[in-house]
Write a protein that binds this ligand. Structure first.
Ligand SMILES: NC(=O)c1ccc[n+]([C@@H]2O[C@H](COP(=O)([O-])OP(=O)(O)OC[C@H]3O[C@@H](n4cnc5c(N)ncnc54)[C@H](OP(=O)(O)O)[C@@H]3O)[C@@H](O)[C@H]2O)c1
Length: 266
């Protein structure tokens, strides 16, 4: 990915950090954003020490002006933006939807749906004129299947998946592709945090989520981090551009899906 520039939102920790590191190792110049300055600084120091060209910027994804400024800065430094990875996430409140705190629920939609939208708009302002670009929206099994008692997260990821699909159709003749990427359930980030709730919370719903994650891990349902990261790098490199608009899962046989798609569009 030499000579390409990538923006990973929420790149300071969890999966975003692992994606940023792998993209940097693949040769990309990487920009990461988030709200917590200390986390961003620590990640920047670590990646820089590993020889990765990385820069962090504090920006809340719900702040359209801040995300425009991020893209402006990237353009000033590198003159290009090849890939946007919409990774930042709010896991949202858990518990019966009948009683869920509406403001917390709505905040999740803002971070997980409006955030990727305003960031995509900022990126598209430079990608469309350039005639190329890739937007990769992180989705989840929670947005593909039902996820009762975690509807804020589930609904937001389902909406993001539809946003990718519609945006991809609108951008078909522009050279810009949009994919939904489901990394699977990974022992990292919010899933790892979730498992820590067990035995450490009075909230039965957080405890329930944590137990569910531990059960999934112990039954072998997790996707290895390395698999999730390698597939993301392939998408960022453009291997799966032909799948624009679709959901790609980390554990898919990507080459088979690409061949099928090429064959069906002939
Ligand atoms: N972990 C899994 O098993 C799993 C499974 C399926 C899908 N995913 C998806 O993978 C992506 C990464 O998840 P993760 O598990 O790595 O989550 P995570 O560890 O909780 O990291 C979330 C990141 O988002 C940033 N963030 C949160 N709110 C933000 C805001 N308003 N503005 C800017 N940045 C914000 C956080 O940084 P700050 O706090 O500094 O802002 C952090 O860097 C998500 O889209 C998630 O849905 C994860």
């Amino acid at each position: 990915m030499r000579d390409s520039t990538v923006l990973v939102t929420g790149g300071g920790k969890g999966l975003g950090r692992a994606f940023a590191e792998a993209l940097g190792q693949a040769g990309a110049r990487v920009f990461i954003t988030g709200r917590d300055a200390a986390t961003l600084e620590e990640t920047t120091e670590k990646l820089t020490a590993d020889g990765i060209l990385v820069e962090a910027m504090r920006a809340d994804v719900v702040d359209g002006g801040a995300m425009k400024d991020v893209v402006t800065r990237i353009m000033a430094i590198t003159g290009r933006l090849d890939v946007l990875v919409n990774n930042a996430v709010d896991p949202g409140p858990v518990g019966p939807t009948a009683d869920v705190d509406f403001d917390a629920w709505w905040r999740t939609q803002q971070v997980n749906v409006a955030g990727p939208l305003v960031t995509a708009q900022a990126a598209l302002a430079v990608m469309i004129p350039a005639g190329r670009g890739r937007i990769i929206n992180l989705v989840s099994p929670a947005g593909i299947k039902r996820w009762p008692y975690a509807t804020a997260y589930s609904v937001s990821k389902a909406a993001l998946l539809k946003l990718s699909e519609n945006l991809a159709a609108e951008l078909r003749s522009t050279g810009v592709t949009v994919l939904s990427y489901n990394p699977g359930i990974v022992d990292a980030g919010l899933t790892r945090e979730g498992m820590r709730f067990v035995g450490n919370t009075d909230d039965p719903w957080l405890d329930r989520i944590g137990r569910w994650a531990i059960e999934a891990r112990d039954s072998g349902a997790f996707t290895p981090l390395d698999t999730a990261v390698k597939a993301l790098v392939r998408l960022a490199r453009g291997d799966a551009d032909v799948l624009t608009g679709l959901v790609v899962n980390a554990e898919d046989d990507l080459d088979a899906r690409i061949s099928e798609r090429r064959a069906s569009s002939r």
